[in-house]
Design a protein around this ligand. Structure first.
Ligand code: HEC
Length: 180
């Protein structure tokens, strides 16, 4: 198996982040916000961008350094479990989901209209899609970011990634963070 240098991976991540930052302003919000509201929404977006870098860097590092064959504990599984722990603690909700239509685990899929529309938007090339939503009077930012096939190693377990169109994401991270 050809090893992709980590530099190349982080290069991809940097490009993705640059695209993410440039597209973050173009987002769908439901109500016209006041300037104070929009500053709060912008802070929530910044939190998502920061979390996205933290999580994706860890997933790539785990895969690069610890996963050697199919029996090793995959970063995707680690992510499912650590995201559940973070969500249970109440900081924010975060899930890793499939975008190919052929997930390893059928549970890891878009589960509501936001996720489904988000996957559609990411497939058109967007690096960030978000929406402000209210639940029991409290405001949240729903946001979704793409996961590209960053390493050839990914296809060791996800053979279907080989048939994904160049530039299309194979998965996504979907967030719900409080707007404060
Ligand atoms: C050693 C095998 C293995 C490797 C290598 C691997 N994965 Fe996974 N991946 C899994 C397993 C198993 C799951 C299901 C985790 C669960 O739900 O417990 C998973 C889940 C996922 C999911 C959630 C959707 C789904 O299919 O269930 C995504 C997205 C994902 N992996 C992306 C990647 C990426 C990107 C890479 C390369 C950086 C990668 N995986 C490398 C085994 C692997």
């Amino acid at each position: 198996m050809r090893r992709v240098p980590l530099r190349a991976v982080f290069g991809t991540a940097t490009v993705a982040l640059a695209a993410l930052l440039s597209s973050a302003g173009r987002s769908a919000t439901q109500e016209k916000p006041t300037s104070e509201d929009s500053a709060a929404v912008e802070r929530a977006r910044k939190t998502v961008r920061m979390l996205d870098d933290v999580y994706k860097t860890a997933i790539v590092l785990i895969t690069d350094k610890y996963v050697r064959d199919k029996k090793d504990y995959p970063a995707g599984r680690a992510a499912v479990n650590w995201f559940k722990a973070i969500s249970d603690k109440g900081w924010h909700d975060i899930r890793i989901i499939d975008a190919t239509g052929d997930p390893y685990n059928p549970v890891n899929v878009a589960k509501d209209d936001f996720d489904k529309e988000g996957i559609r938007q990411l497939k058109t090339g967007k690096a960030f899609y978000d929406q402000v939503t209210r639940i029991n009077g409290k405001a949240y930012l729903r946001a979704i970011t793409p996961i590209p096939v960053v390493m050839e190693k990914c296809t060791m377990c996800h053979a279907n990634y080989k048939t994904v169109k160049a530039g299309e994401p194979i998965g996504a991270l979907t967030y719900k963070v409080p707007i404060e």
